[in-house]
Design a protein around this ligand. Sequence first.
Ligand code: XUL
Ligand code: CO
Length: 439
Amino acid sequence: MEEFFPEVDRIAYEGPESDEALAFDYYDPEEVVGDRTMAEHLRFSVAFWHTFTEDGSDPFGAPTMRRPWDDIEDPMEQAKARVRAAFEFMDKLGVPYFCFHDRDVAPRGDSLAETNENLEEIVALIEEQIERYDVELLWGTAQLFYEPKYVHGGASSPDADVFAHAAAQVKKALDVTERLDGENFVFWNGRDGYETLLNTDMGLELDNTARFLRMAADYAEDIGFDGQLLLEPKPEEPTKHQYDFDAATAFAFLRKYDLDDRFALNVEANHATLAGHTFEHELRYARTNGVLGSVDANRGDKLLGWDTDQFPTDVYATTLAMYEVLENGGLTPGGLNFDAKVRRASFEPIDLFYGHIAGMDAFARGLKAAHALVESGELTSFVEERYESYQEGIGRKIVEGDTDFEELNRHALDTKPIEVGSGRQERLESVLNRYVLEP
Ligand code: XUL
Ligand code: CO
């Protein structure tokens, strides 16, 4: 068998005592945590684009990464080698899922029809690899942001021909996602936003975006795709103002256009940072509103104002994220997709393994800490007590919709003094520390 990563065997769980770097310290797929195994809780996925198409170039510098398939000149042969490498990689890593954009896996042709043919040919190979390995498709998506025609957006483009082209691309991407038994389909339409209001009809752009999503949902139904449809919020980059700014904005959009029963959200850590939120805020907002569908697991850098897409290695962040996931009852059919890339200076193929191992271990450890925290009930009992005034008396009447301003006014005039309790933030942070440090 062709080997793209001959220096790596299957990555095994060896525990924190082991000094083997190509092994998991905390991720043991079979270990049962609460009601399911770690693998079932975490549903890890490799992002095809970051792991198999990045070359380490940045606006100031040339590619730093030479991959084993880079010497293959024919674009289709190179694409096939990439796919085979991807499955070898995921198999060795023991990651059960992957995600891809249509244009990550197959080269563009001279026309949309030729591009579709290329995609079909590569998808046939992916299908074969899925059969052969224990790896499945978490989600597919259409890449509607690279080509110059998408300069003003896809669904929100001022040009109807671009809207139609974007629709054709999504149609095909849905077809192949269905063919590959994908469990979800993501819409991150990266240029659906604007640079300046001086040239923008915001109302039409929003209405058209909703029309686009509705037609996509209808088409998904027509072809029998019963996976989850997901919108991925991001506040900026590449456009200055993206319409799906954050979970709250995306949810309001879905509600306004009556799409909230068809779409859930794919929440990404780094996008939360860019929106000025914490990751757990975005997860909580989505969960509270019943639309937490899936997660792009990565990390940003608060000192940098762009989407750094780093591997998530901060155990506090993964603990708080997994707390939300557990309280959500899990993510299925969503998962934790590593929308993350190794740094430009981590250019060796082996770094791709180290990046994923670090992320998987951080989430495994976060899962255990979060599970212990949930089980202890230390946070929930505090929160319950904090709101207990709504259990009886005037509070109960408020939540039951059984009072009005006249009665509340009388209640306020009669209540003195009002005694409010401490929020105990520091105490609760030390509780959190205890679970993070000794899950
Ligand atoms: C861009 C981003 C995308 C989506 C899929 O910031 O996160 O990779 O996840 O298009
Ligand atoms: Co993403």
